[in-house]
Design a protein around this ligand. Structure first.
Ligand SMILES: Nc1ncnc2c1ncn2[C@@H]1O[C@H](COP(=O)(O)OP(=O)(O)O)[C@@H](O)[C@H]1O
Ligand SMILES: [Mg+2]
Length: 490
């Protein structure tokens, strides 16, 4: 292809601002209506749920603790009810008052903004790599990576719409499918990923039962059903490979040789920067014919993103001095994560509103930051595999026993002790017992996730061990244990 041609295609894709804006407006209007409706429902449901949860979880706990502490345990039922009533009243009152939000949906993760800022360079790169599809040519496979919240998903989805609109206008047969591999129902087997794709394309596969090569054939038949260029976007591709293995990607990247009428290109997106180093070199070179890195946003860019959303999300005059700057600064510290920045602002708003206050100020950001951290830890724990949970439970129990026995906070425990208790817990819950080495790997993973801090110490001729400090905040330990014991059916 000559340089002139590339240039022309690029120009028509990127510079056709008028058309882009027009289509955008239509799309956004459609999306907004549906989104707003479901968001209003979500907000109502979430708010009510989270308030009830808050009440039942911490407020109840606090009230009953207070009572017990003051030695009036006997009357606890009565008093508790009265306390509860006034608390419920307070919540109802704060809701009866006007909300500080104008339209909270703009701060939710699902929301797609009309405009993507500070990503021009990346959008242009993606556009020029995928533009050949508008001439019915196969595009290079593209690998996009960057930390979470760096705008990868939003940019690629935006480009998908732009390309499809353009192809429609030019009457070029182009098909683009997007699949997030992190979805629970999708990610755990090759079969399920393919079945989900086939379903998306209008085909049918039983939930289990067919041999994998037959499912591949079905997929191939579907893309070959008409002459077209096919682009498959696999978001959070690292998640799929973690659970399945990269054979699956190998099979996909080799599929072109079996296609007659169609060409298949893959756009892989990963939050894990080291992902490519970990997969089979043959898959790596094929998957990353082109690579685009999404760098983290800096604090000023995050402020711009936040301001745009805040303008439509909150009523006027609600945001206190320095609120946006503080959200941006916190999120910049967390690898420039735009999602974290938006979450901080939303959660701070919810906290302020629940406290019956008429505006958000910087102190709410600190509370929100802590809450998000705690929720994140509990999320990790509840979605972790069983073995991970058992090892963690062993560590939590040991720490608890030590604290109780020695009445000190920062107690340290050792890997050997964790392993002993872990074996006992496995026997009790009838789970397979992993080797000490595998358990050591899991403990290293806790360290990476920030749940613990492990330090290798030498025990002279007895070899080496790891000394472990727990980093999970104390207030959430009871909840963490509850999540694990529920999941293990103890
Ligand atoms: N440049 C941007 N302009 C506006 N909003 C953005 C921008 N980048 C990210 N966001 C918002 O931040 C959140 C995270 O972005 P996302 O694309 O999902 O990140 P990633 O896929 O890299 O984890 C989304 O809610 C998105 O709407
Ligand atoms: Mg993403």
């Amino acid at each position: 292809m000559s340089v002139d041609n590339i240039y022309n295609i690029d120009n028509s894709v990127i510079n056709n601002q008028e058309v882009k804006r027009g289509v955008n407006n239509i799309n956004n209007r459609e999306i907004n209506n549906a989104e707003i409706k479901s968001n209003v429902n979500n907000i109502l449901n979430q708010e009510i749920k989270s308030n009830v949860n808050n009440l039942t979880n911490w407020e109840m706990e606090n009230s009953s603790n207070n009572l017990i502490n003051h030695g009036i345990k006997n009357n606890s039922d009565n008093i508790n009810n009265q306390g509860m009533k006034s608390k419920i009243d307070r919540i109802f009152d704060s809701f009866a008052k006007e909300s500080i939000f104008q339209d909270k949906s703009h701060l939710q993760t699902k929301y797609h903004p009309d405009e993507i800022i500070h990503r021009d360079e990346q959008l242009e790169q993606v556009a020029s790599i995928l533009a050949p599809a508008l001439r019915g040519e196969r595009t290079s496979n593209l690998f996009v990576y960057g930390q979470t919240g760096s705008g990868k998903t939003i940019c690629i989805k935006y480009m998908k719409e732009q390309l499809l609109n353009k192809a429609k206008k030019l009457e070029i047969p182009l098909k683009i499918e997007y699949l997030n591999c992190k979805l629970k129902k999708v990610a755990d087997t090759e079969y399920r990923i393919l079945a989900e794709l086939i379903k998306k394309m209008g085909g049918e596969v039983p939930a289990t039962g067919l041999p994998t090569d037959q499912v591949y054939n079905k997929f191939i038949d579907l893309i070959e059903s008409e002459k077209q260029t096919f682009i498959l976007i696999l978001d959070e591709i690292d998640q799929a490979v973690k659970k399945i293995s990269s054979d699956f990607l190998y099979n996909l990247t080799r599929m072109n040789s079996e296609l007659d009428k169609t060409t298949l290109s893959i756009v892989g997106i990963s939050n894990d920067l080291k992902f490519l180093d970990l997969i089979d070199p043959r898959v790596r070179s094929s998957l990353s014919e082109e690579e685009i890195i999404f760098p983290p946003y800096n604090a000023l860019q995050l402020q711009d993103i936040l301001k745009k959303r805040a303008d439509v999300s909150f009523k006027q005059g609600v945001l206190g001095e320095g609120v946006i700057a503080k959200c941006a600064a916190y999120a910049a510290r967390e690898h420039g994560d735009a999602r974290r920045a938006l979450d901080l602002l939303r959660v701070a708003g919810e906290i302020a509103e629940r406290a019956g206050e008429s505006g958000i100020d910087v102190k709410h950001i600190d509370i929100a930051n802590e809450k998000i951290d705690k929720d994140k830890i509990l999320d990790i724990i509840s979605s972790a595999p069983k073995q991970f949970q058992i090892v963690l439970l062993a560590a939590l129990e040991l720490m608890n026993n030590k604290r109780r026995a020695q009445n000190q906070k920062n107690q340290k425990i050792f890997t050997g002790d964790i392993y002993n208790l872990y074996q006992e817990l496995c026997r009790k819950s009838r789970n397979e017992i992993l080797t000490q080495r595998r358990v050591g790997d899991l403990i290293a993973e806790f360290d990476m996730l920030g749940l613990i801090n492990a330090r290798v110490i030498s025990k002279g001729r007895y070899g080496r061990t790891r000394e472990i400090k727990l980093l999970i905040p104390e207030q959430i330990i009871p909840r963490a244990r509850e999540i694990i014991t529920d999941s293990l059916n103890f």
